[in-house]
Design a protein around this ligand. Structure first.
Ligand code: APR
Length: 256
């Protein structure tokens, strides 16, 4: 990342009044939360996450899928927000009309101080009934599950409880998608962080902003399909680049 690029991005951020911060798995990478593209460990090595995160997989083997998500939830509980999450919260504190839109299902934005992130892919911490869709209580945090684990039964209809995340092939929650499109349509800067921008429709969000003329700034160590629409590409890890960006935009501010 060049000093010139950082300065250019900082000027855009300092001039913004209603930015959108759009985040993906790379945002939580430095917190130790594995992405779908990271190798799986232990028992789960022989499973492909893209095949566990589907309605068909849950239908075929609820205990396998529920156990895998219990393991992911356990991993996220042990993880802590990184300086990138705190920098996002600092942007929001500075510019209260900032909207954070995330594809992540962890809770690290909230724990890092961000307010009301729009969750396009749901949450690991909001299970619901697979039959009647009513919210279900989160089971007590036990130790790391050793493998498949039967999901609890819904208290209303006894169908198995499922993770409250969006699986491959499922529609995004309508209200969240509408809020994200609305924010991207009216933003005056879109900061995209740690996403491969390959999974649609979430990946449309930065494109909506770009099409309507808002500058797009990208934070990612590697090129993505968004490079072409970005005013500035900041190549580097979110946990380093975002605090540097906040410091450069508001030299009097402090950010994680
Ligand atoms: N800082 C910033 N970006 C990083 C970092 C880091 N420290 N480490 C990795 N990245 C980038 C990678 O270069 C990659 O472009 O984060 C991106 C992660 O891409 P994906 O794993 O595809 O994650 P994401 O874009 O969030 O995927 C979208 O797909 O896996 C499903 O539903 C899941 O919400 C997820 C969706």
């Amino acid at each position: 990342m060049s000093a010139g690029d950082l300065a250019a991005a900082a000027r855009l951020l300092a001039a913004a009044t209603r930015p959108v911060v759009f985040t993906g798995a790379g945002m939580s990478a430095e917190s130790g939360v594995p992405t779908f593209r990271d190798a799986q460990v232990g028992l789960w090595q022989r499973f492909d996450p893209a095949q566990l995160a589907t309605p068909a997989a849950f239908h075929a083997d609820p205990a396998l899928v529920w156990g895998w998500y219990e393991g992911r939830r356990h991993g996220v509980r042990r993880a802590a927000p990184n300086p990138g999450h705190r920098a996002v919260a600092a942007i929001q504190a500075r510019l209260p009309d900032t909207v954070v839109v995330t594809q992540n299902v962890d809770d690290l934005h909230e724990r890092g101080g961000a307010v009301a992130p729009v969750r396009l892919h749901g949450s690991l911490f909001a299970p619901r009934c697979s039959g009647c869709a009513r919210p279900a209580p989160l089971p007590d945090a036990a130790g790391e599950p050793a493998g498949p684990l039967d999901p609890p039964a819904c208290a209303h209809c006894a169908a198995p409880v499922r993770p409250g995340v969006v699986w491959f092939g499922e529609a995004l929650p309508e209200a969240a998608l509408a809020a994200a499109v609305e924010a991207a349509s009216r933003c005056d800067l879109l900061l995209t962080v740690g996403t491969s921008a390959l999974v649609h429709p979430a990946a449309e969000i930065p494109l909506v902003a770009a099409r309507l003329g808002a500058p797009v700034v990208q934070v990612n160590p590697v090129p993505t399909p968004l490079d072409a629409v970005c005013a500035v590409n900041l190549r580097g890890p979110a946990g380093e680049v975002l605090p540097a960006l906040v410091r450069a935009a508001w030299p009097d501010a402090s950010a994680g």
